[in-house]
Design a protein around this ligand. Structure first.
Ligand SMILES: *Cc1c(COP(=O)(O)O)cnc(C)c1O
Length: 382
């Protein structure tokens, strides 16, 4: 059943995706990136916001280059934004070059085997198809080592069979206030890309944009910042929140000092308390550790102007919050409670669960009643 067919009164949790905020965030990052082209990472189902909807909003805002993780996401992006370039960060899968070609996907070639594979396919159809080449500047995940890059740069035969359209690498400590690691990567990236003169370069993810113009090169690839999450570890975050998750108060109850609450009796009430039970849980991707199961103490939620804290463990479908200090009329059965959004940041909840905003967003469950708001209008003449 689509959302439109479902009665909103039947929803226990809802998720609102602000496409206007997404577009705003892209425009903000594009201006920060100066003369570099601002692309968008839309992997992980658009960081949980919905890949197709995110791609359409970003395209309308002006984005023309998308980065997906896997080819199937690439297909979805191609359908949502047919005029845009779509890169597949996960690389070229075996026996699939013709499928990438048919779908108009641009592989990011992450190792020598992928480069040979793509070059062989291009040679077989006598067409130098575009591809990005990933250089490893220290992460030891994907990309060519300095030696491999050097050997490739000398192999004009291999390089001549396809069209390198982007030399890229990825920052692995970009958000760290100590920029020593990033500065070392930057230098390696400059050294390695010097072997491929004239090919556009891309190093910056969201954090890289904030590190300044030295990191911007020709194309920037923000992800988390587009979706409102914090890119820098120091907590500074100028982005607008995009995803708001809310849960309904299913019932209210009293609990008495000395009693425990929830699974595992993990929390003992230190005072007589008023407790609201919310219709959301870890089945919605709200992390179990954000309750008192975690060493950081419980996360907060927000209800009608009041910040409240979680009580006891997060269950699969239920969460208890302490509403003792909330006036009765601000906290009624059926009211909506913000779990994260404009008042409680996704990063704050993630930190309580010992994880990062990225994981909370990409792990959003399917049970939310989803709505998309403020979709940017395409004002260009057709
Ligand atoms: C995910 C990803 C990005 C975007 O990173 P953020 O930290 O979310 O901005 C950019 N480049 C690559 C290679 C990625 O995997």
């Amino acid at each position: 059943m689509s959302n439109a067919e479902k009665d909103a009164r039947l929803a226990c949790s809802r998720l609102s995706i602000d496409l206007g905020a997404l577009a705003h965030n892209w425009t903000y990052l594009a201006s920060k990136a100066g003369t570099a082209e601002c692309g968008a990472a839309i992997k992980g189902d658009g960081y949980g916001t919905g890949l197709a909807k995110a791609a359409q909003a970003l395209f309308t805002a002006g984005c023309r280059t998308f980065f997906t993780a896997v080819p199937e996401e690439g297909l979805e992006a191609r359908a949502a934004a047919p005029e845009a370039r779509v890169f597949v960060l996960g690389g070229l899968l075996p026996d699939a070059a013709h499928l990438y070609h048919q779908a108009g996907l641009i592989p990011v070639l992450n190792c020598v085997a992928e480069i040979r594979d793509w070059a062989a396919y291009c040679a077989s159809i006598d067409t130098p198809l575009p591809a990005a080449i990933h250089l490893d500047t220290g992460m030891n995940r994907m990309g060519l080592t300095p030696d491999e890059a050097k050997a490739l740069s000398a192999d004009t035969n291999l390089l001549g069979r396809f069209e390198p359209v982007l030399m890229m690498s990825h920052l692995y400590c970009g958000g760290d206030p100590d920029t020593a690691v990033s500065a070392r990567q930057l230098q390696r990236f400059k050294d390695m890309t010097a072997l491929f003169p004239g090919v556009p370069r891309s190093l910056a993810n969201s954090a890289g944009i904030f590190l300044g113009p030295d990191y911007h090169f020709d194309v920037v690839r923000p992800g988390i910042s587009l979706y409102g999450g914090a890119a820098m570890d120091d907590g500074e975050n100028p982005m607008k929140p995009v995803a708001t998750a809310e849960a309904r108060i299913l019932m209210l109850r009293d609990g008495f000092k000395g009693e425990t609450i929830g699974y595992g009796a993990s929390q003992t009430l230190t005072r007589d308390s008023r407790i609201a039970i919310l219709g959301i849980g870890y089945a919605d991707g709200y992390h179990r550790l954000a309750g008192t199961g975690g060493p950081q103490g419980p996360a907060n939620a927000w209800i009608n102007g009041h910040t409240v804290s979680l009580l006891g463990r997060v269950s699969m479908d239920l969460i208890a919050v302490d509403v003792t200090d909330v006036p009765e009329d601000a906290c009624k059965r059926g009211d909506w409670v913000e779990m994260f959004g404009p008042h409680i940041s996704v990063d704050e909840v993630a930190a309580k669960a010992l994880t990062i905003g990225y994981e909370l967003l990409t792990g959003l469950g399917r049970r939310y009643r989803r709505s998309y708001i403020n979709a940017p209008q395409d004002n260009t003449a057709r």
